[in-house]
Design a protein around this ligand. Structure first.
Ligand code: GAR
Length: 203
């Protein structure tokens, strides 16, 4: 059984997609052992509680310095003894220590086709605003391993999504979630749990 911790910041629709995929057998050999949010008001915490999954909030607001928050976050993750950490809309910079403690065992979902519209400042709705401003006709989502950089780790899966005439950032965000994120994130977890993802270099 792959023990997975999911880190979230907001609504948690990707978390829900993972929980549903575990329930309906699209993800096998996997147990979601905990959910961590940096935001006490995150609806994702309720989604976890509804499934009786231990859910904790570790917020930077509760710590005097970033270093103390980083230590608490790292300790919080270690407590669950996970095999894999999934960043599912976790809008916090991961402490470097966490990346080295869980080398090749942290994955992230990003709502664009990396290397477009990624890196510092590109998160959530801003990614889709950027895509619409540039006028791209195709966007999508990427699931990748997390390394020391921002959105720079080896890519596991990408899925393209069409941009349509008249799209607003919110409309495009929803389409990218439905057609790409909620598909490739559960698939990546299932493939890792079942030894189908090779780690090292670009996969
Ligand atoms: C998702 O679109 C995810 O790809 C994005 O935040 C949203 C979270 O939604 N993540 C990033 O932008 C990371 N750079 P959710 O809470 O409903 O899953």
């Amino acid at each position: 059984m792959l023990k997975v911790v999911v880190c979230v910041s907001g609504g948690g629709t990707n978390l829900q997609a993972i929980l549903d995929a575990v329930d309906n057998g699209q993800i096998t050999n996997t147990e979601i052992v905990g959910v961590i949010s940096n935001n006490a008001g995150a609806y994702a915490l309720e989604r976890a509680a509804a499934k009786n999954i231990p859910a904790v909030c570790i917020s930077p607001k509760d710590y005097e310095t970033r270093e103390l928050f980083n230590e608490a976050l790292l300790a919080g993750v270690h407590k669950f003894e996970p095999d894999l950490v999934v960043l599912a809309g976790f809008l916090v910079n991961i402490p470097p220590q966490m990346v080295s403690d869980f080398k090749n065992r942290i994955i992230n979902i990003h709502p664009s086709l990396i290397p477009s519209f990624c890196g510092k400042g590109f998160y959530g709705l801003k990614v889709h605003e950027g895509a619409l401003e540039r006028g791209v006709k195709v966007t999508g989502a990427t699931v990748h391993f997390v390394d020391d950089g921002t959105d720079t780790g080896p890519i596991i899966f990408q899925k393209a999504v069409e941009v349509k005439e008249g799209d607003t950032p919110k409309v495009l965000q929803q389409r990218v979630m439905e057609e790409a994120e909620w598909v490739i994130l559960p698939k990546a977890i299932n493939d890792i749990a079942n030894g189908k993802v090779k780690i090292g270099g670009n996969v």
